[in-house]
Design a protein around this ligand. Structure first.
Ligand code: PMP
Length: 326
């Protein structure tokens, strides 16, 4: 049939696109799994729908209920799309570092949005984690999603994103590189791919200011690693249950400045208008050059769309560098 019964049926089956310019000096092929083709323009539509369906099945989310979540924006949009199709209300708690565009979009979807300070510890009662959790306890007929520890998050990627990547590369993928926040994408996709071929290498892209890379390398949760940074969606100041450190072969860290500059390169050199975690992801691929050889096929996943960052990374006035081509 040539139609879908509602918008949620269009989630997934996103394109795989060859990178033609930005990675041309690498010895290997690089393909991009391009998640902005989802209806909410991000990979998070996949988990929004899956987490809602699973919560309904478990009896956690009931008719007329309110969905409550701490979100940097994209998960909120994914949840809102699912909520509208099923008649739920939404309250989203976010931080003051997220772009105004994201906050405005969540409001446009009809959600109540609460903005918390970024620069407080995860356990602090003012943090967006704590506020979302508390609202979940206080609000009648509500369900606190908790994408950090909710196993439906990686499961959505295990069931959809992972198999799509395997099929779209005819099983020839050798490396998967992706930004890590809750860990849902890397853990779900990584598990599926390694089950098909245990030789596939899975690399996470982390932010300076995040604990993930050092914890993976040393097992130490080093609070000295934690400080504010600009990139939205990747890096953590705590350890989400959904980061499956065992399936990750390594992390590379990308700076805020490089994430922004490489985002602008993606647009100028590939025509790809993407969010700053995509800039971090492609810079991460370039940093991993020594890992690749000429037979390799690297897949990098781009999480969200550039329109959400128009007044930040695409605002020339914010950056002192005269050109993104440096
Ligand atoms: N990039 C962006 C823009 C995101 O919103 C997220 C989600 N936090 C990520 C990357 C990281 O994805 P995940 O939470 O699945 O690790």
């Amino acid at each position: 049939m040539g139609y879908f019964n509602n918008l949620t049926e269009t989630i997934g089956n996103t394109p795989m696109i060859v990178m033609n310019n930005i990675t041309k000096n690498l010895p290997c092929k690089v393909y991009a799994k391009y998640e902005t083709f989802n209806p909410g323009n991000s990979v998070k539509d996949r988990i929004g729908l899956k987490m809602v369906i699973d919560a309904e099945k478990k009896g956690l989310l009931k008719a007329g209920g309110t969905i409550i979540e701490g979100t940097s924006g994209n998960t909120g949009m994914g949840l809102a799309i699912a909520a509208i199709s099923k008649g739920y209300k939404c309250i989203f708690v976010t931080t003051d570092k997220q772009s105004n565009e994201k906050i405005d979009i969540l409001k446009a979807f009809g959600a109540e949005v609460i903005v918390c300070p970024t620069n407080v510890e995860a356990e602090d009662e003012r943090s967006y984690y704590s506020v979302a959790k508390r609202l979940g306890e206080e609000t009648e007929n509500s369900w606190y999603v908790n994408q950090y520890d909710n196993s439906s998050n990686p499961q959505a990627h295990y069931e959809s994103t992972g198999p799509e990547i395997w099929d779209q590369t005819d099983g020839k993928i050798t490396h998967f590189v992706v930004g890590v926040g809750t860990g849902g994408t890397i853990s779900g996709v990584g598990k599926y791919l390694k089950e098909q071929n245990p030789n596939i290498k899975v690399w996470g892209v982390d932010a300076y200011g995040s604990v993930l890379k050092k914890f993976h390398e040393t097992g130490e949760f080093d609070t000295n690693e934690i400080y504010p940074y600009q990139v939205e969606g990747i890096g953590e100041d705590m350890l989400p249950e959904n980061v499956d450190f065992k399936i990750i072969d390594g992390f590379t860290k990308v700076s805020d400045k490089d994430a922004a500059l490489y985002c602008r390169k993606l647009l100028k050199e590939e025509g790809m208008f993407l969010g700053n975690s995509a800039g971090a992801a492609i810079k991460g691929v370039l940093q991993l050059e020594k890992e690749f050889n000429s037979d390799d096929l690297v897949v990098v996943l781009f999480h969200d769309h550039g329109s959400r960052y128009l007044k930040k990374i695409y605002n020339c006035l914010l950056y002192t560098s005269p050109s993104p081509r440096d």
